[in-house]
Design a protein around this ligand. Structure first.
Ligand SMILES: Cc1cc2nc3c(=O)[nH]c(=O)nc-3n(C[C@H](O)[C@H](O)[C@H](O)COP(=O)(O)O)c2cc1C
Length: 206
């Protein structure tokens, strides 16, 4: 009888211990195993603009975090010709009018909004600036990522903060030169880890 009891208690303890270890690992796993729509019911949206390089960056990010992805397009398409494109950017930079966006997403459906932009004429792309002025972004978590060639950096992340204001949380941004080359994927993973884009942290992100 006594031996039976001891065996029963030992087996129960072993089962309990195994369950605890499995549960702990599941909850505190900090690696980025990302499928659809992020973790713990937070819904991700990637919004970006690109003429080329940012496409690659946004797609790589999407392959890691899942969720929805949208490339913003202006109602009046940008010219293909480089000189005309620069002229248009200059006009938009001077103007106070928001750019009309053809495919603006309903951000109310999402909790985490990754926003990707190239640096154009020392600042964020005008279409992204217009998007950041959407009042519905208030109270959300915005995760900026930028592509630059020669002058982009932390001050461009500050632009995000300035436009979005105090009610929106802006996480540390990812700054990539051109399309990031061979280290793109690693850089993105490192960034996600650095902003604690993990199961555990997402719960407490705000
Ligand atoms: C019209 C124009 C203006 C640019 N201005 C800047 C700039 O001020 N600073 C910078 O670092 N890169 C600048 N770039 C380089 C882009 O930021 C860089 O090539 C980026 O990867 C472009 O992303 P995309 O190919 O997705 O549009 C400019 C590029 C263009 C076409």
């Amino acid at each position: 009888m006594k031996i039976k009891h001891i065996i029963l208690i030992t087996i129960s303890t072993l089962i309990l211990l195994t369950c605890c270890i499995i549960g702990y690992n599941k909850y505190f796993d900090s690696s980025i195993k990302i499928g659809a729509n992020g973790f713990v019911n937070k819904k991700n949206l990637i919004v970006y603009y690109s003429t080329e390089n940012m496409d690659k960056i946004a797609q790589n990010l999407h392959s890691k975090i899942g969720g929805d992805i949208i490339k913003l397009e202006p109602v009046v398409a940008y010219p293909q010709d480089k000189e005309k494109y620069i002229e248009r950017l200059k006009t938009e930079k001077r103007s106070k009018k928001p750019i009309l966006i053809k495919n603006i997403p309903n951000v109310e459906d999402y909790d985490l909004i990754f926003v990707g932009t190239p640096i154009e004429l020392y600042t964020l792309s005008p279409i992204i600036k217009s998007f950041l002025k959407e009042p519905e972004l208030s109270g959300k978590i915005v995760l900026p990522f930028i592509s630059y060639e020669y002058s982009g950096g932390a001050r461009n992340i500050l632009e995000f903060k300035k436009i979005l204001g105090k009610n929106t949380t802006v996480k540390n941004g990812l700054i990539i030169q051109k399309d990031g080359g061979n280290s793109l994927s690693t850089r993105i993973t490192m960034w996600l880890n650095s902003i604690k884009f993990t199961r555990r942290e997402l719960k407490n992100m705000k």
